[in-house]
Design a protein around this ligand. Sequence first.
Ligand code: NAP
Ligand code: MG
Length: 517
Amino acid sequence: MTTVPTAQDAHTQDARARRATLNLPYTRVDDMFIDGAYVPARGTGRNPVTDPATGEVWGEVPDGSAEDVDAAVAAARRAFDAGPWPRLSPSERAAYLTRIADEIEARAETLALTNTRENGSPITETRGAAANAAGIFRYFATLAEYLEREDVRPFPFAPGQESVVRREPVGVCALIAPWNFPINLVVIKLAPALLAGCTVVIKPASPTPLSIRFIVDAVAAAGVPAGVVNLVTGSGRMGDLLVKHPGVDKVAFTGSTPVGRRIAAACGELLRPVTLELGGKSSAIVLPDADLDAMAKVLIRSSMRNTGQTCYISTRILAPASRYEEVVEMARSVIAAAPQGDPLDPSTVFGPSATKAQFGTVMGYVESGLAEGARATAGGRAASFAPETGLEGGFFVEPTVFADVTPSMRVAREEIFGPVLTILKYDDSAPGGGVDEAVALANNTEFGLGGLVFSSDPEAALAVADRVDTGSIGINFFASNHSAPFGGRHDSGLGTEYGIEGLGAYLTYKSIHRKAG
Ligand code: NAP
Ligand code: MG
């Protein structure tokens, strides 16, 4: 038997030596950022920080208490009710946003290392996190002009009367984030909240409590007044306390659909504004004229980004029957050639799942796919590494491509949030090239977040994109645009982030009616 060298053979897997060279410290944190300073946590509980590539605990942070939440909300409340921040002009706040962006960029490499050690995102991914966060701050700084624009509207049918429309900050905001992109998914809330004049309390996910401190450090270094930005760490219970706290005016959440539903119910009862960015199960519709070589180049970014732990990725490929095996082979060869291993290695494409629990969830889906008759053309099992690599205790699932997937299988319907691609088939010999069936398959889900259309015909692609019932969709590539709204329909969420619409989530309006002078 001849053995074909795989991407893994050529790929450096020596995580232990790499970590020794980088001289990464054990990180013990005892404080939280409240009212402009790091202060000792009131709660005495501790949460470990685990490197998902090795399974080793490399840090610990406070598991906060209700007293910590109260202190953080009280500080944000004072800063909003009596502090300078909401009373500055939008241009003055925008100048702070620009300084925050500079300070974040100055921390890029340490931030990337910490983020990768927390959640196993490949270092090539986390090295972009600071630049992306800075870009979001810089983008929102440009919207100061929109906030300052005088807005006077005549009454349409009553001459001589007009209304002055004020755009005011909504108040104290609770920002609750998941672990998959622990920087970006806070910053996309923080930047518009700060520009609007709000004050905030941030609650990161338990597995990723440390990298967000670099953003808080940048805010402090930029000279943002005390109490405007506060950070508490701890379990989901702290998120629940924040959501229901009488001192909080608005909740912004990114995370799972079940937790989002609970938060929406609590906010409904309180009549508290809430934005929810939740789960997804998006589809890539491959039209028969698609350029599969071009698709191969963007496949991982658009369908498996961050080891499949990205909310909007199109993990369901809908392939035309006439080219089904060609699509399956393209996906198999792309995925099989992508190195999996130490996320601190810049040549790594696939890392581990971010937590042991997520590893278990993903493996459960892999097993359900196999049990329901899907054909694994790549992966289909946990990845194992030899003890000398240092990765033997990591939470690795082999990147998996499932062919022969039917719409009723669990792997076709539920969000997996791991490196698992499913390929379904539509009949392109039907009238209209089977587009109706492909669109129906894409829309046959409770979710409505992202999607893709692959085609060489821009008009045909746009026509299909218009029929897909999601908040965003890409043609031949997918990326989020800071200036265009991003949000989910149906079980994927409520409201939008990014763009002027995303800024609107942190504003409340007041119309002052008067006789025109
Ligand atoms: P999660 O379990 O819903 O947790 C998200 C955050 O909520 C964490 O900070 C969590 O704290 C906190 N939390 C847990 N229970 C809470 C409660 N009862 N009240 C208030 N807060 C609570 O989600 P995850 O597992 O971290 O992240 C994965 C999910 O995020 C996936 O479903 C993914 O699709 C979704 N996501 C969506 C987007 C988007 O923009 N649409 C982007 C990225 C990810 P603990 O960590 O301490 O439990
Ligand atoms: Mg969770």
